[in-house]
Design a protein around this ligand. Structure first.
Ligand SMILES: O=c1[nH]cnc2c1ncn2[C@@H]1O[C@H](COP(=O)(O)OP(=O)(O)O)[C@@H](O)[C@H]1O
Length: 172
């Protein structure tokens, strides 16, 4: 087990993909920050107020068309994070439906390649894997050389799993 001083959260979505808490916002009806705060309440059961200061980046979605993906990241204390984790399984209305669970992201690489590389080799919704890498770099949670190494290892792991004979056995 690795104890880290910094924690970073994502979630397992209903469709089995990893992604961030959030959802669709109609800018004609509410501000992006108000919409995101509402979605966070539904998906995590906790009140987190997002402001323009938490804004990170925007990208055009490849699908569905005409969807703009706005990404925010918010720094909170460990106590607030623990509170969110508790609320996510107790009061969040989306728990067990749209969200199967919050998950911490391993920010370390083990000697055997476990940790962040394995995490990055999973499947992610839309551009959320790129959003994760952007946030880890911007927030200084993983150093650029370690991040680069983790991305490289993750690619190798994807190939290893595909060529693993036991993987083929499971498919037949
Ligand atoms: O974490 C994310 N990062 C980037 N794009 C996402 C993420 N989650 C969802 N999306 C995008 O938003 C679209 C709508 O997502 P979802 O179906 O979860 O919205 P909803 O919660 O409002 O129903 C997805 O098709 C995908 O393109």
């Amino acid at each position: 087990m690795v104890k880290t001083s910094r924690l970073f959260q994502m979630q397992m979505r209903f469709d089995g993909l990893l992604g961030f808490p959030g959802g669709l916002v109609k800018p004609s009806e509410e501000s992006l920050e108000a919409g995101l705060s509402r979605e966070l309440q539904e998906e995590m059961g906790a009140s987190v107020s997002v402001t323009v200061n938490d804004y990170v980046s925007s990208h055009l979605a490849q699908s569905p068309p005409r969807l703009i993906l706005h990404f925010y990241s918010k720094k909170i204390t460990e106590a607030e994070l623990l509170e969110i984790e508790r609320a996510a399984v107790s009061t969040a209305v989306d728990h067990g439906f749209e969200v199967l669970g919050l998950t911490r992201v391993p920010l370390y690489t083990l000697r055997n390649g476990g940790g962040l590389p394995w995490f990055l080799s999973h499947s992610f919704i839309s551009n959320s894997r790129a959003q994760l890498l952007e946030a880890l770099q911007r927030l200084g949670l993983v150093s650029p050389p370690n991040l680069e190494e983790a991305v490289k290892k993750a690619e190798e792991m994807r190939h290893t799993v595909k060529s693993d004979p036991s993987h083929r056995q499971y498919l037949c």
